[in-house]
Every structure is written in C-alpha cells, then in structure tokens.
Unconditional design. Sequence first.
Length: 764
Amino acid sequence: MKFTDGQWMLQPGVAAHYAAEAYEVQAHADRLVVLATTRPIKHRGDTLQGPTLTVTLTSPLPGVIRVSVEHYIASQAPRLHIPMVGATQPAVQVVDGDTTATLTSGALSVEVKKGEGWSLTFREGDRLLTKSDWRSLGYIQWAGKDGVTRNHVHEQLTLGVGENVYGLGERFTPFVKNGQVVENTNKDGGTACEQVYKSVPFYLTSRGYGVLVNEAGPVSFEVGSEKVARVQFSREGESLDYCVIAGPTPKDVVQRLTALTGRAPLPPAWSFGLWLTTSFTTQYDEATATHFIDEMKRRELPLSVFHFDCFWMREFQWCDFEWDRRGFPEPEAMLQRLHAKGLKISLWINPYVAQKSPLFAEGVKHGYFIKRTNGLTFQTDQWQPGMAIVDFTNPAAKAWYQGHLRRLLATGADCFKTDFGERIPSEGVQYFDGSDPVEMHNLYALQYNEAVFELLQEVQGRDAIVFARSTYASGQRFPVHWGGDCWSTFESMAESLRGGLSLTSCGFAFWSHDIGGFEGNPPPAVYKRWIQFGLMSSHSRLHGSSFYRVPWLVDEESCDVLRVFTRLKHQLMPYLYATAHEATQTGVPMMRAMLLEHPTDPACATLDRQYQLGPSLLVAPVFTEIGEVDFYLPGAADDGLWTHLLSGEKKAGGRWHRETHGYLSLPLYAAPGSVIAWGAETEKPDYDYARGTVLRVFELADGATAAFTVVGLNGQVAARGTVARQGAEYIATVTEGALRDWALEVDGRRSPPLAEGASLRWTA
C-alpha cells in the first residue's frame, strides 16, 4: 500500500505522522521502551496533541529482536500474531548511554538514537544490517472517499546497494522480490498471478538477515516499490509488530526463523515415493482406480500412494466423509485390497460442508460453523452450493470434524489431502472464540491443517502427513504442502518452481507440485520434463483436473521416463531421507534456492530455474521442448569439478553451461567433495537404507574428508561416518551405527562389498 506520491507528496486524504525523535527511553533488564514523538520537542507546547508511538524492543530468541509499535493501546481488541512455539526469554544485554541505548541478543543488536532524528539501527556484530530512520516509522491516517478515516502503522527498513529480497510465502512472481507490491493475504488464485495460497510475512535478504512481520492479519509490503532503497510493510490498525532475525548466512536466518516458529516433523519414508491420483473432474470408480494401479504394476512403474480426489464422495455433498457407493460399493474391502498391493491411501477433504450434506443440519444445530454477526450460519455458493465453513476455534467443532476423519482412518485411509482453506470470509462473520475475522482469514488455514495433522499424529504416529494447499507462517509444522492449481505449460512449470523456492526460503522444509500441471492436458514434452522435475522434488504427485495423469495416455515414452526417474529417486532415498532428517533438525529445506547453499557466489543471487536438492545435488529442470537448458555451476576452478549423476560427465564450476538433454536425462550434478549414499532398492522408497548402501564419492580432493549420514525408517540415525582420500586410496569409516553389505564408488568404479565392519580401505 502506497501512502506517498513520490518523494515529497502524500496520497490524497493521507495525513502522515512519522517518528521524529526518541523523546524518552526506559531501559529495563529485558527490554527497551521508547516513547517516539512524531515531531521534534522544542518546548512544552510541542508536547500537546498529535500522536506518539510506543516502541518496545525485546528478544524472543537469541539473535532475534522483536519490535512492537503501538499508537492507541486500549482502543482495539488484542491482535492475533504468528505462533512462536520456540520463543524463550533469552538473556539480553541492555546499555543505556547518553546519546544512544542498545539492546543486544546473541550477535544481534539494535541501537536507539536518543533525541531528535529518529533512528533504529540493527547490527550483527559490527556489520550493519538495516535501519529504520527518517520517515521510516509512521502512523498514517487516510480519509477515504467513503468518508471513513482508516489508520495504519508502517515501517520502512533500509536496503543496501545490490541487496535482494526473497521469500514472502509461495510467490509465483519473480523470485527476487525487489520492485514488487506484495499483499499478505491467502487467496485461491492459481499459480499464474500475484495471489498466493500460502502467505508468509517473512522476507530474507542477500545481506544475511530476515524480517518476520508478526501479524496474523493482512500486511502490505512495498519491496523497493514505493521507496526504492527500503522495504515498507504496513498494517491497518493501531499497532505493528515485527522481528529482525540475524544470520550471518541465509541458512542461519532460516534456522533461527524455524527455531522460533517451529520445524517440520519427519514425514514417513513411503511419502517420498510416487503418488498417483484419480484427478479432479475425471470419471472414476473402483474399476478405474484398480485399472490404473494394476496397469502401473504391469508396466513396472513403481507406485507408493494412491489418492482419491473429490468425487470419492457424492456430488453436492462435500464434505460428508462418506464414500459414493455408486462407484465404490465396498470401500473398506477395496482399501484392504489396495493395501495388499503395497499402497498407502490418501483421501481428499476440505473444511467446508455443503448444504446437501447430511452433516450440514448437524453442524448448524450444534453451532459448528462460522456464523454471521446476527448469529445465523454463514453460507456461500462459492465451491459447494450452500456450503458452511467449519469453525475450528470451537473445540467441539474441531472434535466433530476430527471424529469423521478418525472413522476414515479406521476403515483404511492413511492420510488426507487438506485442500482449500483460502476462501474464508473476513467481513460480517463471527468466530466461536470471538476472534477478529480479518485477523483469522490467514490463520484459518493454519488451524485447519493443525486439526487434521494433530489427529493423524494421534492415530498414525510417525506416519502422519497431510498434502496441504493453504497455510500461513509457522505452517511448516504440518507437512507436506503443494503448489496449487498450475497450467500444463513450461511457463507454469517455471512459475511453480519460483513459488516453491520462495516458500522454502521461508522455512518450509518440504514442497510438491502437480506433475504435468493441473489445468489442461499436457503436451508430451511438458509432461515428461515435469516428471523429471517432480521426481527430483521432495514429494512427487501425478495430478490433474479434467484429464487423467497416467503416462500411457500421453505417450509410451512417458512410461519410460516415469520408470527411470521414480527408480532413481528410490535409489537416492538414503541421501534424501538423511537430508529430510536434517531439515527437521535445522529448518533448512530439502529443496533450496541456490543463494541458500552458495550465498557468497554473486551469480547465485537471482537464479530461479535451478535449485539444490540437499547440500550435494544440483537440479536444473528443462523448460524447453527441444531439451536445451542453460544452468550455472557454482564455485571456483580449484574447487573441483561437478559430476553429472547419470552420465559421469564432469564440468567446472564458476561458470554457465548449455546442454541439450533427452527425456531420460536432465542437468543433475553432484557437488565436488560430496559423498552421496546410494540405495540398493529401485521399486519402493521405504527400505533398509543401511543395507547394500554404496557411498558414491565425487571429486574428493587429496587429503580431504567428507561426511555422510544414513537415517533409518524410524527417523533415527542408522549410520554416520566419513570418507577420506589419501592419494589413490579412499578410507571410509563408520563412526556411529552400522552399514551392512556396503561399498565405495569413485568415477563409476566400485569397491568389493564389505559385509560387516566399520572401516573400508580401497584404492580406486
């Protein structure tokens, strides 16, 4: 939201009151409280009238400083904020000097300039991060054409020369957010526009710090788009709350962010395999689903999860959580048969109950739905005719909803796709607990996913997983999330990747997307290239809208591509599951933007058509029909060569490369100096990763040592160790746990397997 008209003027109807000086600073053991006046105080007459702002500086975590700004403190209901499940009360250092006051938490400090000339300066050690200075902190009164004056609080934090901004949720717009206006509101807009399913009011910068705007309700960001050297964020109302998060690296920032807002639990290993769905509006029944599954088996296409989309329930009755017996006469027996084929089962749900659903009257009777301000049930025809929306702030409604899911789990479902959660009214409604509906709009998706995930953890234990479309900040605690409605084009494939990298830069460890695109019927080239991208993502699902997504309906070669890349992912599972485990411990995502892994390489600052899959693999999806792709390999000439994982071809880092790939290949490079644990199983993702493991060593320098970790299906470390090189000899040492029937591999040459033992010495 722009309040100014250029550098000097204001928008019509705007009265701006900017923090002009820190008139009084109260230093406490754990905080600084600043009285900021909006004009310099020259004499007593200047203390009359006009707004002042109370700025409270605290720390919820070492290396994080929270800034709470208030105008009126009692004229509005308490604001809702982002869940900070990891917040503590760390020891801070407060220094109250003659001209400045400073609060330090860990390596991060904020300095308040006393007297005239407003300034908050954030430093990490001696390194300047950002500042709030002249006309940065403001209280805005805007008289609208409707005669209503609306109040806002805004902050503007400075950007340095060449500083890039990333994140702000799952944004499909350009990956570098400089120059963009970003509205922090969840909407069901698809991937081809500026709207998002997953708003996160957090941005990360290339300077190595982050800012989390600690607000549940809508926040408007002007990222160098109103003041080109500043990021402005504003919120209607009488207060504004934000946190500055220290680095010094982008990974450090994400680790601190997720330590504060929570980290994802480890998804079950089976969830990393291939998911196949019925698709959305296609005609299907038990025979159709069984045919797809059996045909996948006949064609030797490994499948882990089968998903039943919306029409497993009868039309006009979503959600009643009852199988449509016209197409599925014996659902419990059917699910038993599918389990016998080695499959897990996912069911589509949403938090809405249609008027025709038998559950509608029950929900109305007991007050389980969001209500209008007159006490009657809110209803809409947008999606299901006459539908109501479950009110998860009502404990009884939450238990009621969970009870129906519990019944489905008991009859054979394994997990749920938690669709929707964005079309939530923010005006003219009321919640059971009295929450402000404007504040609840974004938080609704969080409560919805939490209710489902909480039940799954209770019933399924470590196998708990949702496949969620909408969420909000801290939603990484309820994995997994997918990118929503995309088109069957290369352009949409690329925008999906931008959205995923933006989301994972906000601390979301796991992310997926609809292979082949959701809307439309993908051309064979798009479908096959998307298969490669999808199987080299944390989670992999074939899904569409009005067309089935099974490969043989595209062309026969699609079956070959799907087979090759599904098996490749299965063999990579020892490496991928260890990477997933690390993500749950550190918050660093599996799929990560290049700048996260290579923050000191300036060429990586803007890359959004390639990514790192964990620390050792670089993936560059192909976005052209002819297979031509440009990609960048980081590093310097003396860092060693990158190795193509499939062909063994080696290429230098620190430069761009152009390649042309057939459908059974793409740029997939192992970093120099890395060890990738390679599994023995090709037909399923969940197996004993510590048996038959091959430690593939890539360009390990003479005298260097590289570490590896293997995590078991129970989520515990099964083996940990190192590989060292001494000339032509390689020494692998297991320092924790055990590997069985394991070997080393260098440049395609493999050592004899070692049945038992903690050390393997081999001359390549």
